[in-house]
Design a binder for this molecule. Structure first.
Ligand code: SF4
Ligand code: SF4
Length: 470
């Protein structure tokens, strides 16, 4: 007998408080289902639901009656005729639309410096050796980049995201202040507003910067690794001295002074057991929005034990995030909240800029790229701001289909992963590394469970989360 699997959408099943759920990864839909449906679908991964239903019934006959099984199989078939569990690769519709759309989404990313005053042990800029140091962006280059960006924006847009990045961007405070004043003056007669974003190591701050941040719409993301001992081990000054007290003091000054403050934890394999303690520590400091992610590198390859520990930490964080949401407390692990919002809105768009005309990214010397992590990599350079014929919008990169991703339940929200990371770990932007896939799926799966639990047990609190009231 040949065993064939049914051609279903990629899916997963999971339980929340004894209730079974099904996530149809081809359509991005979560449904509450009976355990009989889960048992049949798990077998349908191996047996064909249509030509081998008798085998499925026989295997499950000690758990359910034949009538129950036949009815459940028919129910699944009917749902499939209506489109459920009957799709894969929808994400490529989005990539195709992006590829054929020549309009610009209007965002600007200035890498105002590639210098840094810290010596973080996992810094991606130090790894790979691809990055050529250019140091600080000049005011002249910044002005030319902003003029180029302004000439291309849709003047009817509501929000323009402007990102300052580095190195440590605040080492080039002069250009940041210039850029903000100049952009504000260019946009003053348009209906759209600039929304400034900066990712900083939190060691550089003064009253002038606080005033600048608080008088504009500013999202400030500070990198801090949580507990003092972990932070100091990972994120010392170049001299080796501790940065912790300075970063904490600056975080406290920023809290409440900016539109949105978030703290980002870079989690190394050695610090996984302390992850939730680091998040609690930051919450106790009054920082409501805490994010985190595992870092990868030559000495950061993860095995089964580490992933299991990471999963356990996330489970505990999901539990406390749930309780805080129920109690109306604003302390949440933000990576879950963002996933929940995407799940609810069925926001299948990919965050990867490489395939889109979403943003102009400029290096300190005015070299143009589609992704900040490919800075210095000639393959992805789109030209330079001083080129008379610079035309970033015409330089599109075609997204290839990836079979492994099309068979993956996470594809609609993962968007085939990060091409830069694929390149680093497999040497091919279209070949995902399994160890990165496992990491991404663990965090998303906990978000799925939290979303299902809120839907089932506290829909009014879920509404508050979706409305940004938590
Ligand atoms: S390649 Fe990766 S880092 Fe670069 S824009 Fe895409 S997702 Fe982001
Ligand atoms: S990159 Fe990995 S996790 Fe993401 S869709 Fe592809 S296979 Fe799935």
């Amino acid at each position: 007998m040949t065993v064939e699997k049914t051609n279903l959408s990629p899916f997963i099943t999971f339980k929340v408080n004894e209730q079974s759920f099904l996530f149809d990864g081809g359509n991005g839909i979560i449904s509450k289902v009976d355990s009989i449906i889960v048992d049949i679908l798990e077998l349908a991964r191996t047996y064909d639901l249509y030509s081998q239903s008798e085998e499925i019934v026989e295997i499950l006959s000690s758990q359910y009656s034949e009538g129950e099984l036949q009815n459940a199989i028919e129910a699944i078939k009917t749902s499939r005729e209506e489109g459920f569990l009957n799709s894969s690769g929808k994400v490529y519709d989005f990539f195709e639309k992006e590829y054929s759309d020549s309009s610009f989404k209007g965002n600007l990313w200035l890498n105002v410096t590639d210098s840094c005053n810290l010596n973080c042990r996992y810094c991606f800029e130090k790894e790979g050796g691809k990055v050529q140091k250019e140091n600080n962006m000049s005011i002249e280059v910044a002005k030319n980049c902003i003029d180029y960006w302004y000439a291309h924006i849709n003047k009817e847009q509501n929000i323009y995201d402007i990102v300052f990045f580095g190195g440590e961007p605040l080492l080039n405070k002069e250009v940041i202040i210039f850029a903000i004043n100049y952009i504000n003056s260019l946009l003053k007669d348009l209906k759209g507003i600039p929304r400034y974003n900066i990712t900083t190591n939190g060691t550089i701050l003064d009253d002038e910067l606080i005033n600048l941040f608080s008088s504009n719409t500013f999202f400030v993301n500070v990198s801090i690794d949580g507990l003092r001992a972990i932070h100091d081990k990972n994120r010392p000054y170049s001299s080796g001295a501790s940065t912790y007290d300075r970063v904490v003091s600056n975080l406290k000054k920023l809290n409440g002074a900016v539109t949105k403050l978030s703290a980002f934890i870079c989690l190394t394999k050695y610090d996984i057991p302390y992850f939730k303690q680091s998040v609690f520590w930051l919450w106790n400091m009054g920082i409501k929005n805490v994010y985190g992610n595992l870092v990868f590198g030559k000495d950061q390859i993860y095995g089964y034990e580490e992933y299991r520990e990471y999963e356990n930490q996330l489970k505990d964080l999901a539990e406390i995030t749930y309780n805080n949401i129920i109690d109306g407390k604003p302390y949440v692990y933000n990576s879950f909240i963002e996933n929940i919002k995407s799940l609810h809105k069925k926001n299948f768009t990919s965050n990867c800029y490489l395939w889109q005309n979403g943003i102009f990214i400029f290096s300190p010397n005015g070299n143009a790229y589609k992704c900040y992590r490919f800075l210095g990599d000639e393959r992805y350079k789109m030209g330079n701001i001083n080129d008379a014929d610079l035309d970033i919008l015409s330089k599109k990169i075609k997204k290839e289909k990836i079979e492994k991703c099309t068979d993956c339940w996470f594809q609609l929200f993962c968007g085939d992963g990060c091409p830069y990371e694929h390149d680093v770990y497999t040497g091919d932007i279209n070949k995902p590394a399994e160890l990165l896939c496992v990491k991404s799926k663990i965090a998303f799966q906990e978000s799925l469970k939290l979303y299902a639990r809120l839907q089932m047990e506290a829909p009014h609190r879920l509404k508050a989360v979706l409305g940004g009231k938590i």
